[in-house]
Design a protein. Structure first.
Length: 258
């Protein structure tokens, strides 16, 4: 879809507003923590946020599908599917660090046409939508020029976060970067879109982790693909590469390939 309907963008803002209210109420306020079967964390805030978002979608667009992190997908074969992570960065939420966020995306034809990255404590909100560009707190954003890893601020997950093969590939992207930050927080992708960072590379993600990020980075004018350089879809394998400059993205791809 070349242009995302404005009504969906307005609705996404309402979703993010509602999620933010839940986040601010629970942040550093004793939310109970559980460990899921995959050893990841979930809190009362994650679950309540997702229930609020699902309820709003079911009421406003009952024909739309929903894919979230904490509850089973519904109507996932619908023309429009909302894809969201109620608390992206639950470990940071539990630690009291305000670098987590809510990710909200809208999929059409298996591709994201709208994405929101919302950090409710700092109150930063990135929005990217087909035909509308991208913005941070209502102001248009663009990535900065950076043609080489040697000049880039790069962020990836840290050593040991994944299997050895993936760690080796990520290390090749990091090697020789001018500046390096560990931790592929969702806000880092927004910072690529806004011209503060240059490359973010990560693996092990699901669609609810990366769909909103792709829409923001791409609509700002950056590049967001899988590690094979292909456009991401709901079926992508969770290895993603975001860059503000096409040239540095190409170099990062070559490094991933060894």
């Amino acid at each position: 879809m070349k242009q995302c309907p404005a009504e969906f963008i307005a609705f996404a803002h309402r979703l993010a507003d509602a999620a933010g209210e839940v986040h601010r109420r629970w942040f550093r306020n004793g939310a109970r923590v559980e460990i899921k079967a995959d050893e990841s964390l979930v809190t009362e805030c994650d679950k309540e946020t997702e229930q609020v978002l699902r309820g709003m979608i079911d009421k406003t667009y009952p024909q739309h599908g929903v894919i979230g992190e904490e509850f089973p997908a519904t109507r996932k074969d619908a023309e429009f599917v909302w894809v969201f992570d109620p608390v992206d960065g639950t470990q940071d939420f539990v630690c009291g660090k305000p670098v987590f966020g809510t990710l909200i995306a809208l999929s059409h034809g298996d591709r994201p046409i709208l994405g929101v990255i919302d950090q409710a404590i700092v109150r930063d909100r990135w929005v990217g939508a087909n035909g509308h560009g991208a913005s941070l707190n209502g102001k248009p954003v663009r990535p900065r020029a950076c043609a080489r890893i040697a000049d880039a601020l790069v962020s990836t997950s840290g050593p040991g976060d994944y299997a050895q093969e993936v760690d080796v590939e990520l290390a090749r992207v990091r090697k020789g970067a001018r500046w390096l930050r560990f931790g592929a927080d969702c806000s880092n992708y927004g910072l690529v879109a806004a011209g503060f960072m240059d490359v973010v590379c990560d693996a092990g993600l699901a669609a609810h982790d990366f769909f909103a990020l792709e829409a923001v980075v791409r609509n700002a004018g950056g590049v967001f693909t899988d590690w094979d350089g292909k456009a991401i879809t709901l079926a992508s394998d969770g290895r993603v590469l975001a860059a503000g400059d096409k040239a540095v993205h190409a170099e990062a791809l070559e490094r991933l390939r060894g």
